[in-house]
Design a protein around this ligand. Structure first.
Ligand code: NOJ
Length: 765
């Protein structure tokens, strides 16, 4: 379903189904007219004004509004971020329009990653829905709310493929798979940019972090990435390309180095690949302070050197450091940087301002002053129904012994755990302008669901962590985690007492949102000890135990899997998270989410991902052999594989039917399965299609996702799902870095996760 937006008289946003599909897709820009306009403008600009356009300022303690006013007046600023109200934005645009010489409008950007005022599940959770319509809904509503706050650009989507659960920023991306990430990223770009970023309720996107940020060594944030060209082009670059092909106007440059070269200093990446090969016409923006960081990376000898390298490498706009403004004038004077290079960067900034419609109407996202919201956080500005619907779709049922779930809305239920009633945590990291007190916790959601029907008891049971260092870390920048000062034992005793009175225990455990964030790398992936002890004490009561996980990365859950009667992965599910989880717990919604990441058994197995290469000595668990590729102290495979997720009903997948046994060069082939809901409830599932090239000129992954489809089936209903395979799906980068499909046999595997599949074979001629 696609959406269009209209504004009601009360200025609250009303969503309506789109009337026609052709309302969508990138609106063609008249590039000739734009080039002529921008060229003309450049002739009128001084060097300082051009350099001013390259500066993106973050409003904050270092740059208070008063200081910015002066810079704006002098034409020394191109764009602003971290300002999110219409009145603040209007005041700054007024300064440009009233005080500056050339009146070149500013653009305003923000991290609108999974919602603006209404917060949706974190992107990793969105990916677990495998639902591109849901992603489009999130994109449209986020853009709509953000544009209604006066913003023009978002630093999203993040399409960094990551096979590194230790990395905290996996929460902001769409998981470990290239194809799924590319599909999600491009759906998000199309939805956010809508018909045109110039539209009243659209945002320009800025795809990040270019490139390979998800591959930082050891999962330690900002660390280096080192990679073969084949892996880079096959597995990590395609989602950026897909999001740019979807029309993204911006690219944010990654903070990490790639094969020794910081992305901010990588002219191969930002010029040869991005501009020359991929024909990107938009703007490149450094990440926060990245130009200064070239000194610490050890590739620039002094600030001038860093600025020269970044500009010449293709970084148009500098985020939050003053180096461009300070050093570019001197570098131009000395001839180290040419005027043509400055013009090139300034042109990209002016181009996107043109595309945002700002030269037509600098107030296009602001409207008349009288229309400014009285209350920026007004309830009427939220889209709760959509948030609840998307959140339900993102939840993954990992275990359900003897149909423990769904729960009855009767009897006594004990809800415990440090995440059961945390309004801040359920929103997840990068929750933009979302307000914690507007979010529905699991406690509130379960109260709403059981009111007048069941008795609900609650106890916190444990702190997120008892480790003072971790508590301090989590509360460093905001008072995010409240620490109960009772002793751990007192907290557990209270929870156990509640559990003893109950028919079933629900424990909400996992990570605080700050544990799955930028600069939140972990060396352990377990549930913190304080919460593990709570779970053990609850288990000892003998009551059925339902574990509700909230977290932003794959966790190691071997013990929890053993302890739990039912296990539900809910990620950080957003403003309506508590209601959505309660919908699933009580069976008002049948879970349909599938994991977009592999859950390892322990940290030592990392990296563990489903689409690995074969080895010469594969391990066969049914015929164990010492000299095969495995760990002797743990099972080889994951605890929960990629694509996995249960339902309250059961599905059966038929054998694969191929339209032909052979596929001609440049031809296509169709593969179908019939999926039957052979359980007692209606439910949705995700049919996944994987391919494998068993003999090729280089080893190819054991399987790779090449298609998926989410279907809804009533109890007893069947549906045939057909995937079309074309040559592109068979292609890979060979040793000579040619993108080829090699003739031979191909395996096709279709199933409801990446392990249990129906398999067939065809010949590609
Ligand atoms: C740094 C982060 O790496 C980036 O993702 C974010 O968009 C910027 N800060 C702006 O907040």
């Amino acid at each position: 379903m696609k959406w269009i937006y209209s504004v009601s008289l009360a200025a609250s946003l009303v969503i309506q189904p789109a009337l026609a599909d052709d309302l969508f897709g990138p609106h063609p820009i008249n590039e000739q007219a734009r080039d002529a306009f921008v060229s003309d403008l450049l002739t009128k600009m001084t060097l300082d004004e051009k350099i001013g356009q390259l500066r993106l300022i973050s409003v904050g303690p270092d740059n208070p509004k008063s200081a910015i006013r002066d810079m704006i007046q002098k034409g020394q600023v191109g764009a602003i971020f971290n300002t999110v109200t219409r009145s603040d934005i209007r005041a700054m645009q007024d300064q440009v329009m009233q005080l500056s010489r050339l009146k070149i409008p500013l653009f305003f950007a923000y991290d609108v990653v999974h919602g603006q005022r209404t917060i949706f599940p974190i992107p990793l959770g969105l990916a677990a829905s495998w639902d591109l319509d849901a992603v489009s809904t999130v994109g449209r509503i986020s853009a709509c709310e953000a544009a209604d706050d006066g913003l023009n650009m978002t630093w999203a989507p993040m399409v960094d493929v990551s096979r590194e659960p230790r990395w905290g920023r996996g929460s902001e991306g769409f998981g470990e798979d290239t194809f799924l990430t590319g599909q999600m990223g491009s759906a998000m770009v199309k939805a956010m940019q809508g018909n045109s970023p110039a539209d009243r309720y659209s945002l320009m996107t800025s795809v990040k972090h270019f490139a390979l940020y998800g591959a930082v060594e050891g999962g330690r944030d900002y660390n280096t990435a080192d990679m073969s060209p084949q892996r880079m082009f096959q597995d990590y670059l395609p989602p950026y390309k897909a999001s740019l092909d979807a029309g993204s106007g911006g690219v944010m440059v990654a903070l990490n180095a790639i094969n020794g070269v910081p992305a901010t200093a990588d002219s191969w990446l930002l010029k040869d690949l991005l501009r020359d090969e991929w024909k990107f016409k938009g703007i490149t923006i450094s990440d926060h302070g990245a130009i200064k960081e070239l000194l610490k990376h050890g590739v620039a000898s002094d600030p001038q050197d860093a600025v020269r390298i970044a500009l010449k490498s293709g970084v148009d706009m500098s985020m939050s450091d003053e180096y461009y403004s300070q050093y570019l004038p001197g570098l131009v004077k000395s001839g180290a940087v040419s005027m043509a290079e400055i013009d090139d960067a300034a042109r990209h900034v002016l181009n996107v301002k043109y595309d945002m419609g700002l030269f037509n109407d600098p107030y296009s996202h602001l409207g008349p002053k009288e229309s400014d919201p009285q209350d920026n956080n007004a309830e009427s500005r939220l889209h709760r129904a959509e948030a609840r619907d998307v959140a339900r779709k993102s939840i993954v049922l990992l275990k359900n012994r003897l149909e423990t779930l769904p729960l009855q809305k009767s009897g006594t239920i004990a809800l415990v755990g440090p995440l059961a009633d945390s309004q801040r945590d359920i929103m997840g990291s990068w929750s933009a302008a979302g307000v914690a007190k507007q979010s529905v916790t699991l406690l509130q959601g379960m109260r709403n669901a059981t009111a007048g029907k069941a008795t609900l008891l609650y106890a916190k049971g444990a702190n997120i962590s008892d480790h003072p260092g971790i508590q301090n870390f989590l509360n460093l920048y905001e008072k995010a985690v409240s620490v109960d000062t009772r002793t751990p034992q007192q907290l557990i005793d209270e929870a156990v007492e509640k559990a003893r009175q109950a028919d079933v225990v629900v424990a909400a455990v996992g990570e605080a949102q700050g544990m799955a964030h930028e600069a939140s790398s972990r060396s352990e992936l377990n549930i913190p000890a304080s919460q593990k002890k709570l779970l053990q004490a609850l288990k000892a009561t003998g009551k059925p135990l339902v574990i509700v996980l909230m977290n932003g990365r794959p966790l190691t859950l071997v013990q929890e899997d053993q302890m739990a009667d039912a296990l539900l992965e809910t990620w950080f599910s957003g403003t309506e998270g508590g209601n959505a989880i309660a919908d699933v717990l009580f069976g008002d919604y049948n879970p349909s989410g599938k994991l977009p990441v592999t859950f390892p058994r322990n940290v030592g197995q990392i990296p563990l991902y489903y689409n690995h290469l074969p080895t010469g000595r594969p391990y066969n668990p049914t015929k164990p052999n010492k000299y095969t590729s495995h760990y002797y102290d743990t099972a080889n495979g994951p605890l929960y594989p990629f694509g996995y997720g249960l339902s309250y009903t059961t599905f059966k997948v038929s054998p694969v039917k191929l339209s032909a046994r052979t596929m001609a060069r440049h031809g296509t082939l169709e593969a179908s399965v019939t999926v039957t809901n052979n359980g007692a409830r209606d439910g949705a599932t995700v049919v996944q299609m994987y391919l494998n090239d068993p003999v090729a000129s280089i080893s190819r992954p054991v399987r790779e996702l090449r298609g998926f489809k989410r279907i809804m089936l009533k109890a007893g209903e069947s549906q045939t799902v057909t995937f079309k395979i074309d040559e592109d799906a068979l292609k890979f980068w060979n040793q000579k870095m040619q993108h080829v499909a090699e003739p031979g046999k191909f395996n096709i595997m279709i199933g409801l996760d990446s392990v249990r599949t129906q398999d067939a074979q065809f010949d590609y001629l």
